[in-house]
Ligand binder design. Structure first.
Ligand code: ADP
Length: 497
């Protein structure tokens, strides 16, 4: 393996070029305390660089800026907001290579996947640049004819955006895009593992013409300390969070104090159903995408692969062959298809879930052994005959481990698929359209992939039911999350009622 952390171009140039301070009111600032936080390279475990480490006082300053900028930003013409997003979309695409490299360095995903994420991330800006000029209202007469009802939409107000490390760029644009389109100002707090993509994004939006104070970025190792006072303080009007269900619950409780509106994209435990009549080629292709996108570090990852007993052997063998053929290595290395997991803790969790499944009777078809050497690598792994009581059927694996669970009956498998507190996405593979619709309707999830392993698209409403979250991101409804309704009651003919 070459060392992706060596001080050579293009990695060093990309790292040098990215801002490393807090972005508050259009200025790059050190943390008031001068503290910094280390960003590690998961491929080597070494420190890539340091960024500012905000304290609660810095967080308050960022919110001051967002609150001060809100009235003028809300009054900015929709076309102006739209064109800022459109320009930012174009700049992101022009900088695909450097943004992809930056993301690979801080997060670990292979460059090819990082390039894919850059394109996906940019699309949110294009989509919401188109939505910014389509915010409409209404005008009606009440049934008794007494009042005119003038309905308008207004930005909800200053927003707090909290993003995870697994899609460092796309989770930012998926929240910033609709907030900008709706006329909201923002404080963005990226995950401490991957602050660089968000800082680069702030630079790009500034170049695209975003006014001072509209977007503020606060990087911190003290998420709880910085965020809680902001949420309880009564000035934030909206929280958009993507992360674990556990942290989501804490934030929902904090939002209760000041009755803050929330959008929550939380964990998943996706069932992936392969029926006996499925096209097995399509099912294996779909499984590779649904499992291996982002090394399995996705809330949409297929967590439980329920495969009809009559095809489970063949499906598992074919999947194992494909998984075993993948090239594992640092994401910056050409040809690398599976990068390291985010950190040692993430890998430790995957190791213990595999150990538990094997102890309960699962068979390892490929992988399952942690390699020697630096970086938090874990091999693509296929487990068959996974018993229903294995810990990984109730826990997000967040790693490259496919767990195949055989089933016999449609009703039973739908029941098993729904037997979880999560409900983000499910996948159904069958050639029978009736069955696809029937099962698709019965799955308790916000999204269902029918003969596909990929559901994410900026034009579609992404989100879950049950404890996978509240609200939707993307699609026509994505901007709704950042808008309030207001209506003016106007007596007909100017009469007073
Ligand atoms: P993961 O386990 O995948 O890191 P988390 O839910 O812990 O997911 O993190 C998602 C985001 O939430 C990150 O930006 C993280 O810093 C932030 N976060 C974690 N704990 C808190 C908290 N108590 N308050 C606010 N944000 C938090």
């Amino acid at each position: 393996m070459t060392d992706p952390h060596s001080n050579t171009a293009p990695e060093a140039a990309v790292l040098r070029g990215v801002p490393k301070q807090l972005f508050i009111d259009g200025k790059w600032l050190d943390a008031a305390s001068g503290a910094t936080l280390a960003v590690d390279d998961p491929a080597t475990g070494e420190v890539l660089c340091e960024v500012a480490d905000a304290s609660p006082a810095d967080g308050a300053l960022a919110l001051d800026a967002a609150v001060a900028a809100q009235p003028a930003w809300a009054a900015t013409a929709p076309r102006v907001r739209s064109e800022i997003l459109r320009r930012a979309y174009e700049i992101i695409l022009e900088r695909t290579e450097e943004l992809a490299r930056l993301m690979t360095l801080e997060m670990g995903k292979p460059l090819a996947e990082a390039r894919g994420e850059v394109a996906y991330a940019a699309e949110f800006f294009r989509w919401f640049s188109e939505e910014a000029v389509r915010i409409d209202g209404g005008f009606t007469t009440t049934p008794d004819g007494g009042n005119r009802v003038l309905v308008m939409r207004q930005p909800v107000g200053p927003c707090l955006l909290i993003t995870p490390w697994n899609f460092p760029l796309a989770m930012g644009t998926r929240k910033i895009g609709p907030a900008v389109a709706a006329g909201c100002t923002m404080v963005l707090k990226p995950a401490p593992q991957t602050p660089l993509s968000s800082l680069a994004l702030a630079g790009i939006l500034t170049e695209a013409g975003l006014p001072e104070g509209v977007l503020n970025v606060v990087t911190t190792s003290d998420a709880a300390g910085v965020i809680e006072p902001l949420l309880r303080g009564g000035r934030i009007r909206k929280l958009s969070f993507t992360g674990s269900t556990q942290v989501g619950r804490i934030l929902l409780a904090q939002c209760a104090d000041a009755v803050v509106r929330t959008s929550m994209e939380l964990g998943g435990n996706a069932p992936f159903l392969v029926f006996e009549d499925a096209d097995l080629d399509a099912a294996v292709d779909g499984a590779m995408v649904a499992k291996m996108r982002n090394m399995g570090e996705a809330c949409t990852a297929a967590n439980r692969m329920f495969v009809h007993r009559s095809v489970a052997g063949e499906f598992s063998a074919r999947l194992a062959e494909r998984m075993a053929a993948l090239t594992v290595g640092p994401g910056t290395e050409p040809g690398s298809e599976v990068g390291p997991l985010i950190d040692a803790a993430g890998r430790g969790k995957v190791e213990s879930l595999v150990r538990d499944a094997v102890e309960r009777g699962a068979t390892v078809l490929t992988g399952g052994r942690t390699p020697d050497g630096p970086g938090s690598f874990y091999p693509p792994t296929v487990l068959t005959g996974v018993p229903a009581d294995a810990e990984l059927t109730r826990t997000e694996i967040f790693g490259p481990v496919a767990a195949v669970i055989p089933f016999d009956d449609e009703d039973d498998v739908v029941r098993a698929a729904n037997d979880t507190e999560w409900g983000l996405v499910g996948y159904v593979f069958t050639r029978d359209l009736d069955r696809a619709l029937r099962v698709g309707e019965r799955l308790e999830t916000g999204m269902v992939g029918v003969n596909t392993g990929l559901v994410s698209n900026p034009a579609a409403p992404f989100g879950g039911v049950k404890q996978s979250g509240l609200g939707r991101e993307g699609g026509r409804v994505g901007i709704e999350e950042f808008l309030e309704y207001k209506y003016l009651a106007i007596p007909a003919g100017g009469r007073r009622g």
